[in-house]
Write a protein that binds this ligand. Structure first.
Ligand SMILES: [Zn+2]
Length: 193
């Protein structure tokens, strides 16, 4: 099937492809055919397979590289809903202690949600970045696997309930943060697709 590279980290060797039907697929570097690695926005062709942790892309061919067509200096984002280029508007929530926490970002033209930050509190605070490849990995796992299973849904509810308080503990303990980061790193590496 055909799709578009949503994100690919050459450094980490993995990323995600969104198929034309909207399904997000994990992409490991060894499934890329040819000498060139994909860039964000590349149009690609691949085989959709089902792995233990959700759909993944196999035998991926790059059809159109976005490298030359996309303007490098333009840091605006293309809205997934209306396709206009824009700067997303951040919406904040009040955290447990009155501190502002970004909840999601919206398209200023059509109001569609561009990014949802509400999940993966632990992973996000450990990596300190909403878009760290590892955080995207856990978000993908949550959305494609956990949400479809009953126990997974229960787990997500419990997790959402307890994790804001864990994040507060993490913010005060760099040592614990490092420990958890090592565990998360190991489980990203171990994930067999
Ligand atoms: Zn829009």
């Amino acid at each position: 099937m055909k799709g578009k590279i949503k994100f690919f980290s050459k450094e980490k060797g993995f990323g995600f492809v969104v198929a034309d039907d909207g399904t997000e697929h994990f992409l490991g570097v060894r499934e890329v055919i040819g000498a060139n690695l994909p860039n964000n926005g590349d149009i690609v062709e691949f085989e959709s397979r089902k792995g233990k942790k959700g759909p993944y892309a196999a035998q991926l061919n790059i059809l159109t590289s976005s490298e030359n067509t996309e303007q490098r200096k333009d840091d605006r984002v293309v809205c997934p809903s209306c396709n206009k280029k824009m700067y997303p508007k951040l919406i904040h929530d009040r955290g447990a202690f009155g501190d502002p926490k970004p909840r999601k970002s919206l398209c200023p033209f059509c109001g569609a949600t561009v990014k949802d930050f509400s999940g993966c509190f632990i992973a996000t605070s450990v990596y300190g970045d909403f878009d760290a490849p590892e955080v995207l990995f856990y978000r993908h796992y949550r959305d494609t696997v956990l949400k479809t299973k009953f126990l997974g849904r229960v787990f997500i509810k419990v997790y959402y309930f307890i994790s804001p308080s864990i994040v507060t503990i993490l913010e005060r303990s760099p040592h614990l943060t490092r420990l958890i980061k090592n565990r998360l790193d190991a489980s990203v590496r171990k994930a067999s697709f």
